[in-house]
Design a protein around this ligand. Structure first.
Ligand SMILES: [Zn+2]
Length: 645
């Protein structure tokens, strides 16, 4: 027998009927005599085609194509059940396979595991620096986060709206943020030359909107929120969605008639936030971000603990105190306490305020200035916009300061020193020394905590309750995913968002609305969830936000397995409404079972169910739990118990 062409190994097709169908098709479409070729099955379900002498190679190729098409005609039929072969999920084993114009940025990003996993699991692709396309499965998870948030927002009476992303500069100029936002603001002009920015936040916009519509106390309280994209021109975008230039946020703004009412609102929102984070199911820490000495304001941060987190959270295991390093206070352990004035290498920081006051801050050796604490203390002394520098050469010194303020940190000296005694130490270089000597009449000295609290320092709460109880604070790296802030009248005053009170003190009195703003970084949260929940095999989604909860993998297209797959899909989706729309069939039987199992673990579905040989032999399903990697061997009746308990 004279055979031309090599055998083509085709994908698994186990339907014996294909042979007969193929013969008919070849005869009708390609007009080949069935006697001129041979299709033979060998090695399980693989089969090959051989063409005999009479026909050309071209015809041979056409026949091969026909057979490949045939694979789709004969592949498993799952009707309208969700099948992976129809879903855009470009998983990849190697991140470097993803083409990038800027390789260095890719490499920088790769050090962050959530970024690497999101690329590998086919959730995101990079569009440009700090900008990403969210692919269908990422969007499913994102939608679930949004639904949890929507539920909790609605439950506290908040209404959803949508504000423009392109904002006019005018309101930003009114609040002074057009200038203070600096280069992080994406600024642009329209064809008429009017200035705009891409919204990084919406306080101005919402305050103006509400200010126009609210006239009386009767229209308050009001709670409005939105979920949408925001923009920040990061100097160094990194870690994928954790620090991108485009991000999705939920922001809630609240409007009340009095400080007390705004505070009650704040407490209510805090509870809603706790519910949101509990429902998502990733361990979180609420850090006190209270600006300390600035009276009246209240602020909290919600964090996921993670090695790549850029915030440092200090917590006390004894009383539960938890604060961002930037805002934390702590008691100094005995070993670190300052010996009055004997500290040989103090750390100096200098600053000049807008109203021409010189600030000198002195810390003990090895300590870092906490700018928030210093500014908080300085603002009590009516400082405005202070620029802080380490080196006196970086600011212009003149002899015409209105006042000089010396801040002495507790790490340098344990009490407020006498000015003369202090100056006799000759701590400063000659120029400063002269300046101070000649301006003694305008010097004020302050003493307090102006340094960064660090892990190992004592808990401020515990040290207050008992002198001997100096429980050390523990440091954790963390990713900030939520922030609550009581704004007061910071925006309502400059933007004239006022209302007529119920009991005016004088005729026609208008009061500024008391506001609060509350954010959740949704796209960042998506990455942060992965960052705090993965192993060497891939992502481990919490059930609440997994793109799909169950992935069924039939190991072949055998009719019995197909039927069982359909039955299992229908059983799962009927067990509870929570699984409706949450079950996926990996019907890509042209890929090996091993490959599909690895793929399923990479994407991280909480449950993977395999229908294969074991099912044909004993009617049992192999169920893999992603989080524990436990394998259960159960029959159909027992599956219900797993999801109902
Ligand atoms: Zn404590």
């Amino acid at each position: 027998m004279n055979v031309i062409g090599m055998s083509i190994i085709l994908a698994k097709i186990n339907d014996v009927l294909i042979l007969a169908k193929l013969v008919v098709l070849a005869k009708l479409k390609l007009k080949i005599n069935p006697d001129d070729f041979l299709v033979s099955t060998h090695r399980e379900n693989f089969f090959s085609v051989k063409m005999f002498k009479t026909r050309s190679f071209c015809l041979y190729k056409q026949l091969a194509q026909l057979i490949i098409q045939k694979r789709y005609f004969t592949s498993a039929s799952y009707s309208n059940r969700t099948c992976l072969s129809k879903i855009f999920l470009p998983t990849t084993k190697n991140v470097s396979n993803i083409k990038s114009k800027q390789k260095h940025e890719q490499e920088e990003n790769i050090i962050c595991e959530s970024y690497r996993l999101m690329i590998r699991a086919g959730l995101i692709r990079r569009s440009s620096s700090g900008m990403y396309s969210l692919l269908p499965l990422a969007l499913r998870s994102l939608d679930k986060i949004e639904r949890i948030i929507d539920f909790e927002m609605t439950s506290i009476g908040a209404q959803k709206l949508s504000l423009s992303i392109l904002l006019s500069a005018s309101t930003w100029k009114q609040t002074g943020r057009w200038k203070s936002a600096g280069s992080e603001l994406f600024r642009l002009k329209d064809r008429k030359g009017s200035e705009y920015c891409l919204a990084p936040t919406h306080e101005e916009e919402i305050t103006q909107l509400v200010g126009h519509e609210i006239a009386s106390y009767r229209q308050l309280p009001l709670r409005l929120y939105q979920i949408g994209k925001k923009y920040r021109d990061e100097m160094r975008p990194r870690y994928g969605l954790l620090r991108g230039r485009e991000f999705i946020m939920k922001d809630l703004y609240t409007f009340d008639t009095s400080e007390e009412a705004a505070l009650r609102t704040y407490e209510e929102v805090l509870i809603a936030y706790k519910n949101i984070f509990n429902k998502i199911g990733v361990p979180f820490v609420i850090a006190d971000a209270d600006s300390g000495n600035i009276g009246g304001t209240k602020s909290h941060e919600f964090h996921f603990l993670s090695q790549v987190g850029e915030d440092m959270i200090l917590t006390c295991s004894n009383c539960g105190y938890s604060a961002n390093e930037e805002r934390a206070y702590g008691s100094l352990p005995l070993t670190k306490q300052a010996g009055n004035g004997v500290n040989k290498k103090p750390i100096f920081n200098f600053g000049i305020s807008k109203n021409n006051r010189l600030i000198i801050c002195i810390l003990g050796s090895g300590y870092v200035l906490n700018v928030f604490k210093l500014k908080a203390a300085a603002s009590e002394n009516s400082f405005e916009d202070i620029q802080i520098v380490n080196d006196i050469k970086d600011i212009q010194i003149n002899n015409n300061f209105n006042e000089i303020d010396i801040y002495i940190d507790i790490t340098f000296q344990t009490n407020l020193p006498d000015l003369e005694l202090f100056l006799s130490n000759k701590l400063f270089d000659e120029n400063i020394y002269k300046l101070i000597q000649s301006n003694k009449h305008i010097i004020t000295m302050h003493h307090g905590d102006f340094h960064n609290t660090s892990p190992g320092d004592g808990c401020p709460i515990c040290s207050m309750s008992s002198v001997s109880h100096n429980n050390p604070l523990i440091g954790h790296n963390a990713i900030e995913v939520g922030h609550t802030f009581l704004l007061g009248t910071k925006y309502s005053e400059p933007l004239k968002a006022t209302f007529a009170p119920e009991t005016p003190q004088n005729m026609g009195e208008l009061r500024p609305i008391q506001m609060g703003c509350y954010g959740i970084g949704i796209s960042r949260m998506l990455a942060a969830i992965i960052e705090s929940s993965y192993d060497e095999h891939g992502i481990i989604w919490p059930s609440s936000v997994a793109p799909y909860r169950v992935c069924i993998i039939p190991n072949s297209d055998e009719p019995l397995i197909q039927q069982a797959t359909r039955n299992l899909f229908d059983l799962l989706t009927s067990i509870s409404h929570e699984l409706n729309g949450e079950v996926l069939i990996d019907d890509r039987t042209n890929l090996s079972l091993g490959y599909r199992i690895k793929d399923s673990e990479l994407v991280g579905y909480p449950w993977m169910m395999i229908l294969g040989k074991r099912f044909l032999e004993s009617g049992r399903v192999e169920i893999h739990e992603r989080r524990t990697r436990k394998i259960l061997d159960v029959n159909f009746d027992e599956i219900k118990n797993i999801f109902l308990t």
